[in-house]
Design a protein around this ligand. Structure first.
Ligand code: NAP
Length: 236
């Protein structure tokens, strides 16, 4: 069985790709531009292949399916996140976040689901955010794209269920990854963040992998249209 994990050269996507390799999937590692890094990670975790595709560029998104071929498991994990007060967000920042986080998600599900339907099997997982529930004031558009993806997941889960294809969203809380390393290294900000997490600590990227393994395995065959929050209780 084949799996593609977008944004899997670091952070949460890396942990998911590594876990899927361990489960026996032939995994394709993906990132935006750095093919050397993608190949290095492919070799490091024992994945099957590596590919680059800038998900903010629709011509590249349209070409990705032909590059990788069909997969049984599609994990749409890559995203772009800008921190900016809503009245400072530029049109370019708006477009990039909508294109990478939402538009490419739709286009890739459309491209890869065709064969899944034909096969009578498929697992599509989007990676959302606790910001679906608790949007950060400086990430209005990022949070909105994550909510838009959940709407898409609900809609498509219903339409694809008769074909044996499940569609679910997994929503991380604060997970220590290269993305938030700089922000969380400020002790004052870190404490403020931790105060909002009932579990009292930030998650590790590997904390996200178990849910994806569940959803892709036999135990997940009857789970579809779910939004599974993995956040130490932060959304509550
Ligand atoms: N970390 C958290 O606390 C947290 C919390 C809530 C939700 N999430 C969500 O979890 C997912 C993973 O987050 P993370 O923290 O692991 O992220 P990360 O460390 O920033 O890694 C992001 C990955 O996505 C790829 N990517 C970024 N822009 C891309 C583009 N334009 N086209 C293609 N690939 C692109 C990156 O590849 P390049 O290096 O080539 O750019 C990288 O492999 C995201 O959807 C994020 O929104 C994370």
């Amino acid at each position: 069985m084949k799996a593609l994990v977008t944004g899997s050269t670091q952070g949460i996507g890396y942990a998911i790709a590594k876990a899927l390799v361990k489960e026996g999937f032939e995994v394709t590692v993906h990132c935006a531009r750095d093919m050397e890094k993608a190949e290095r990670i492919r070799d490091e975790i024992g994945a099957a292949s590596a590919v680059v595709c800038d998900l903010s560029k629709m011509d590249e998104v349209d070409a990705l399916h032909a590059k990788t071929g069909d997969v049984d498991v599609l994990v749409l994990n890559a995203s772009v996140q800008y921190r900016n007060p809503y009245d400072k967000i530029t049109d370019e920042e708006f477009d990039t976040q909508v294109n990478v986080n939402f538009k490419s998600t739709f286009k890739l599900i459309r491209a890869y689901s065709e064969k899944m339907k034909e096969n009578g099997f498929g697992r599509i997982i989007t990676v959302g955010s606790v910001q679906q529930y608790k949007p950060h004031k400086d990430m209005a558009i990022y949070a909105a794209t994550k909510c838009a993806v959940v709407s898409l997941v609900n809609n498509l889960a219903k339409q694809l269920a008769p074909f044996g294809v499940t569609v679910n969203n997994v929503a991380p809380g604060v997970i220590a990854t290269p993305r938030n390393e700089a922000a969380l290294s400020d002790p004052e900000y870190r404490q403020k963040v931790l105060d909002g997490i009932p579990a009292g600590y930030a998650g590790e990227a590997s904390d996200m992998a178990g849910t994806v393994v569940l959803l892709t395995g036999e135990g997940g065959r009857y789970i579809t249209g779910a939004d599974i929050v993995v956040d130490g209780g932060m959304h509550l």
